[in-house]
Design a protein. Structure first.
Length: 396
């Protein structure tokens, strides 16, 4: 059976593309707010600007009825990766405002979206309480689904939380997943390659082995091996600082090598690091990352510091898109300067599993249960339904 859907605040579009893959068609239309036009324009361009786009800030028109609406509202408000995260962060308002509009005006059978994993924690409880009130006012139940991308076959361990509103008084039991993950080095090697692809632009034009700390590892600790040989030797993704620290090397020793090899600035830094660590402090280790097996969250320094597994270079924009499983012909408008938009995204294949569950529910193929609220934890393979009023904090 064919179903229709629309998107609201899709950003670069990983989740919407997942819906397209599962439902076999493009969205009927895309809704958003002026604050997200720059990110949304990437998806609109991917669709050759043929999908209607409606900004809701001052929208007074009517919209076609659809079966499903998906959203990727900003998660910085609750993200552990954001220094400004808090329950009352204004970024959380978009999740609430979009829910009010979609459930109250569009009224789909299912409205779903992705947010930071803290949404399904005590920190996110006040936001969930607001969302539940909106759901109840409009005749919906609500559920949360906690997972991590690695369980869906990706080479990232990033935790994710999805939220769902189901029209009626029942909540479907969503499927759990634990697929073997594709190794990060294979994800990078398997990225689409075309000589005339504008996405061949390097995210970092420096050479990894020219990083003084990595040079120290390759030349001093490993006797002059190549980048490729080092990648073959390691068991997990690692950076030079963690590698030398794991070997018990002190930074005052590294400072001597740096000074002897003409890296005076790095030698002084090593002495500062040594003093800080010896006094019980800690340091930032955001530097060159050599990929092996899997990585953490593909955010922050990772797009510009993760190396190719075989070639002594950093990634291309195309390879970054491939890590998030974006379509092989997707063009990131603006290239490297908009690299962070790739990170503000849901991996396509992770979102496909959520979209598949929704389609199964619409087809009547999922068991369901009468309840107001439920939490599914794909990491522990457990589910909890709320059948009697209780505090959200105790429930999640």
């Amino acid at each position: 059976m064919s179903y229709s859907y629309a998107s609201i605040v899709p950003l670069i579009g990983g989740e919407t593309i997942a819906m397209e893959n599962v439902f076999g068609k493009k969205p009927e239309y895309i809704m958003s707010y002026g604050a997200f036009q720059a990110n949304d324009s990437q998806l609109l361009e991917h669709y050759n600007n043929r999908v209607p786009y409606h900004l809701l800030d001052n929208f007074t028109g009517s919209l076609k009825e659809v079966d499903v609406v998906n959203a990727v509202c900003p998660c910085a408000g609750l993200s552990s990766l954001s220094p400004s995260s808090s329950t009352d962060n204004k970024a959380n308002d978009w999740m609430v405002e979009s829910a009010k509009y979609v459930l109250g005006t569009v009224k789909p059978k299912v409205f779903w979206g992705e947010n930071a994993p803290r949404l399904a924690s005590k920190m996110g409880a006040p936001i969930v309480e607001k969302l539940r009130c909106i759901a109840q006012l409009n005749g919906y139940t609500m559920s949360l689904y906690k997972t991590k991308s690695k369980l869906h076959g990706l080479s990232q361990t990033r935790d994710r939380a999805f939220y769902f509103f189901w029209k009626g008084d029942r909540i479907p039991h969503m499927q759990f997943y634990h697929r073997p993950h594709e190794k990060i080095e294979d994800t990078i090697r398997n990225a689409f390659v075309s000589k005339d692809d504008p996405m061949n632009e390097l995210t970092n034009k420096n050479k990894p082995s020219d990083n003084p700390f990595y040079k120290y590892v390759l030349e001093e600790l490993e006797g002059g091996i190549t980048h490729k040989q080092f990648q073959e030797k390691i068991e997990r993704t690692i950076n030079p600082l963690d590698y030398l620290e794991n070997r018990g090397i002190k930074y005052d020793e590294v400072a001597e090598w740096m000074s002897a090899n003409g890296f005076d600035k790095q030698a002084n830094r090593c002495l500062e690091i040594h003093k800080k660590l010896e006094s019980g402090g800690n340091i930032m280790r955001k530097t060159t990352e050599i990929p092996k097996d899997y990585i953490g969250a593909f955010v922050g320094h990772m797009p510009t510091c993760l190396t190719h597994p075989d070639e002594d270079r950093y990634l291309t924009v195309r390879e970054c898109l491939g890590i998030m499983k974006m379509p092989k012909h997707f063009q990131l408008q603006g290239g490297r300067k908009n690299l962070n938009m790739i990170c503000q995204n849901v991996p396509v294949t992770t979102a496909e599993d959520m979209a598949f569950n929704i389609k199964e529910w619409l087809n009547g193929n999922l068991d369901s249960r009468e309840a107001d609220f439920a939490v599914f934890d794909n990491k522990t393979k457990t589910s909890n339904y709320e059948e009697a009023p209780q505090t959200i904090e105790s429930f999640i």
